[in-house]
Design a protein around this ligand. Sequence first.
Ligand code: CMC
Length: 460
Amino acid sequence: MGNTQPTPPSSELRETGTLDIKDSRTSKSYSVKILEGGVEGDTAVRAMDFRQIKTSPDEFGLMTYDPAFMNTASCKSAITFIDGEKGILRYRGYPIEQLAEKSTFLEVAWLLRHGELPTQGEYDQWVHDITYHTYVHENIKTFLQGFRYDAHPMSMLCSAVAALSSFYPEAKQIHDPEQRNIAIVRLLAKLPTLAAFCYRHVKGLPFIYPDNDLSYVENFLSMVARMSESKYEANPVFVKALEILFILHADHEQNCSASAVRAVGSSQVDPFSAIAAGIAALYGPLHGGANEQVLRMIKEIGDKKNVAAFIENVKSGKGAKLMGFGHRVYKSYDPRAKIVKKLADEVFAQIGVDKDLEIALELERIALSDDYFVSRKLYPNVDFYTGLIYRSMAFPTDFFTVLFAVARTSGWLAQWEEMLNDKEQKIARPRQIYVGYGERPFKSKLTNHFPNAKKPAPAK
Ligand code: CMC
């Protein structure tokens, strides 16, 4: 067998049938094209095809109403495929299990962006470029030092990435492939440096500069943990674990943060600003912030004997959710969670099982056999175990989501560039169904509109 690659599938949507609609208000019938895309048989109708459906010519026309985008495809994408029912995740067609076992994070980052695996020459250049852009401007250090000692590292990271936009004004030239390339390289290269600086600031430790002799992950661990030693040697089990976790977190198609990056990027802002929007979205406890919440929940439970009562409280709907369980898309299992659980076993074999892990395992055991969770198809997601691994690597709890952000930057950038190259995309601008008041005359209830002024201004 030669090393030939299959031809990339066409991004064109094919007409596969029609949807016949009858409007009961007008008795008029309409025919809307059913479109099919890709090799996995995703089908959709164009929302704009519904606009023709109206009761009078001056009416706006029918919209589709879809809070939280439960059933709306906002784009065509060739990057990541998920089958939530079957628990499948693939980047550019490659199963996540194979990538996690055999690839590196930077190879995956190339793959996500370019659609194909790099040749050795391409990979060497990519690693070289990313390695040699890891340094940040010295003023960024001063900027980070302005944060309080107890600032959340996600707030710091989000602000620092947004601030980078001001250091690279040329990144605004998003339609110039060369500028796009250097901005992408800079973001991938500098994220670990910024993340490590955030960590060191919170800890009150001096910033450690990048070491260009180390791999991406080793360099990151060196910037986080190095003290007086001239060369940092990371624990190989931790290096392997982090490399795999970065691969697992690299992309996850149109999730909340990727959608944020695409929406903000669609205004044609520079990529530093768009990625900062992704970091903000990831920060939330229902998204990337969940790994942090899992650990906080375990701390709150405190002991294995309290798990059953905690689960009852979750089921009653009065308590919090079971963090690290459930997923909008995965309804059989999260394939990433399977890999992470195996990884956790390897890490714990070296570090040892402690009270927190015992609580986690008991939570998992009860939840997986309880009808409340089984009937709602609530399984452990990737965040359930990652927090435990990060904790065993001695990362502070509020740093977990930062690790997620470093890895996800590769996916966000691939999504951002795909969006820019998609001729069908425009500035993201959803519609609404207005449910507020009709027109009414303005009559203020105030007697003074400028209460801080020395002399009260006359009432309008
Ligand atoms: N614990 C208890 N009940 C839950 C949970 C949970 N973790 N998740 C969902 N449910 C219940 C929910 O109350 C609802 O019950 P009912 O039908 O009786 O009203 C049912 O399950 C369906 O839930 P939903 O809220 O409609 O599901 P969703 O698709 O809107 O939410 C989710 C998905 C991930 C936001 C949610 O499962 C959740 O909040 N999980 C906990 C947070 C978490 O672990 N997030 C990480 C997600 S994976 C990584 C990432 O995205 O970054």
